[in-house]
Design a protein around this ligand. Structure first.
Ligand code: ASP
Length: 582
């Protein structure tokens, strides 16, 4: 090694030691006959001193050293006069005796500080500089610890980490696949896996009993906020289990991760049906750090002669505690939000229950005080509260109210920080109707086992599926799987597959089910999202070393990029124009 210590290591007990350090120049301060350099590496920062008293030439040399130069020094540790309690090495400094520039640096295009002046695009292009900053470095260290603790926990329960292939077969179900052309078999394509779903199920058929993998997955979806075309999952599967076993095992994993990596003891995980989540929070991933549970007002309001309500399928309200004093302007802003495409409502109705007990509403003309009082009672309103009401088509109105609930909670700072509200959402519908495609699609994926059988109204069939939600973020989801060929075939039939199509795409799995498939189930966690949650950052880009930007590009390496015609030809992707002559 060309160093004896790292830049985060030396303490007061090391005083008088002769040491050699290496690192990057964080900053230089020149004060008359003294120069200080903060030397940085992954482990921390150590202050170096140069002075005319010790060595004038060396001081001159130090003054030619700039930000991000890589240097090596030899010197003696001494106690600092002005200690820095914010720095683990803040009690000491190094009196430099020898200085060697290992590599100079151009002036970086943004400052390498915790709060940088660099814009996102610049930071992405110079990712190696961005990665030198503490916030990113700490996130990646935490990510590493999470991966390590995941492996420890699952290993202790007998899970085996098994790799599955990246070059697989494209299937139109689910999101869009990234495809890779085959050179050896021109005109054919591999697809990159959206998840190892079918492989992990095959591993269960093969008797591996407990599998996991921290694995990259690829989805060619339109880029919505904070989505990455490649992302990482903690992917897991178990045999001979029921739903309860999975929930216990993986609640255990998440508890272990929070405890071992952050020292946080998570509260009890609640359980909520999909139906309740939608009815009372307008979301399948409700944020339960705050209340504002919906009140259902359809029975009170409908068929009382007010057209907006009479034509509505559903009428729901939320009680905003102590907001009766909300200004006209404030209510107008909420109304605008309710009318925005995000909510898509025709308007927002309010009832103010004033401190003095009087009631003022935007529907005074249509309802008696008695009727409004009944609403206040159902809503558990106290003087000073404000009720906001949306009416319309069921799912749209519930989801819209869910959005409004979140919007207001953020705006009024009603969401406590440093708390974790964890729950399992269960009993999802097996299918949902896709308006765009005009057909029924799987809500999770087609391998999810129904609860009960597949007869009856397709909309009413429930899935043996579950999502883990923390603070309104879906961190994981999975299901008990179908392990019977006939049921699997029937699901494909309900999804509109012909038997041939189903066999062509998923025959390998259905055939495997005929050779002793055990009952099995599993789950996958979004590792990036989970890490972001534990790092307390909003964007998953801040927990991925080399993410794509929000246009799906890597601006550091310039990908995606064109490939040369020769490559295209080799892959059979350019058709030789001569072939078509005459
Ligand atoms: N493969 C599923 C997904 O990626 C998760 C699971 O069912 O285990 O969402």
């Amino acid at each position: 090694m060309i160093r004896t210590h790292t830049c985060g290591e030396l303490r007061i007990t090391d005083v008088n030691k002769n040491v050699q350090l290496t690192g990057w120049v964080q900053r230089r301060r020149d004060l008359g006959n003294l120069t200080f350099i903060d030397l940085r590496d992954r482990y921390g920062i150590t202050q170096l001193v140069f002075s005319t008293e010790i060595n004038k030439d060396l001081l001159e040399k130090a003054r030619d050293i700039h930000r991000e130069y890589v240097i090596q020094i030899t010197g003696i540790v001494r106690e600092r006069e002005n200690k820095n309690p914010n720095l683990p090495t803040g009690d000491i400094e190094i009196v430099v005796q020898e200085l060697k520039i290992l590599n100079p640096s151009l002036t970086p295009p943004f400052t390498i500080e915790d709060n940088t002046d660099g814009g996102e695009e610049l930071r992405m292009t110079f990712r190696y500089l961005d990665l030198r900053r503490n916030p990113l470095k700490n996130n990646l260290i935490l990510r590493h610890k999470l991966a390590l603790e995941t492996r420890k926990y699952l290993d202790s329960l007998g899970f085996l980490e098994i790799e599955t292939p990246f070059l697989i077969k494209s299937t139109p179900e689910g999101a869009r696949d990234f495809v890779v052309p085959s050179r050896m078999h021109k005109g054919t394509f591999y697809a990159l896996p959206q998840s190892p779903q079918t492989f992990k199920q095959i591993l269960m058929v093969a008797g591996y009993d407990r599998y996991f993998q921290i694995v990259r997955c690829f989805r060619d979806e339109d880029l919505r906020a904070d989505r990455q075309p490649e992302f990482t999952q903690i992917d897991c599967e178990m045999s001979f289990v029921e739903r309860e076993d999975i929930l216990q095992t993986f609640e255990g994993l998440i508890r272990h991760l929070f405890k071992s990596v952050k020292g946080i003891e998570l509260p009890k995980f609640l359980r909520m049906s999909y139906e309740d989540a939608m009815n009372f929070y307008g979301s399948d991933k409700p944020d339960l750090r705050f209340d504002m549970k919906f009140v259902h007002l359809t029975n009170v309001f409908k068929n009382k002669g007010f057209k907006v309500f009479d034509s509505a399928e559903i009428i729901v309200g939320i009680n905003l505690k102590q907001q009766a004093q909300a200004t006209r302007k404030q209510i107008d802003e909420w109304t605008e939000f309710a009318k925005s495409p995000k909510v898509g409502s025709s308007g927002l109705i309010y009832i103010k229950y004033n401190e003095d007990g009087s009631i003022k509403s935007s529907i005074d003309k249509f309802f008696t005080t008695e009727q409004l009082k009944e609403v206040l009672e159902i809503s558990n309103a106290q003087p000073g509260d404000l009720i906001l009401i949306l009416a319309g088509e069921k799912i749209k109105t519930l989801k819209g109210m869910g959005q409004l609930r979140l919007h207001i909670a953020h705006q009024l700072n009603l969401i406590p920080t440093n708390t974790y509200a964890c729950l399992w959402v269960v009993d999802f519908p097996l299918f949902e109707y896709d308006e765009e495609e005009q057909r029924w699609v799987s809500m999770h994926h087609p391998f999810t086992s129904p609860i009960g059988d597949l007869s009856g109204n397709i909309a009413d069939i429930k899935a043996n599926a579950y999502d883990m939600v923390i603070n309104g973020t879906e961190v994981g989801g999975g299901s008990i799987r179908i392990h019977n060929k006939e049921i699997q075939k029937k699901v494909f039939e309900l999804l509109g597959f012909t038997e041939e199509e189903a066999m062509r795409q998923f025959g390998f799995l259905m055939n495997a089910f005929e050779y002793g498939a055990p009952p099995h189930g599993g789950i996958a966690f979004g590792f990036d999202r989970l890490t972001a949650l534990l790092c307390g950052v909003d964007s998953i880009r801040d927990v991925i070393a080399f993410p794509k930007n929000n246009a799906g590009k890597d601006t550091m390496i310039d990908a995606p990029s064109e490939i040369n015609p020769k490559q295209l030809e080799e892959l059979g992707l350019i058709i030789d124009p001569n072939v078509y002559k005459n």
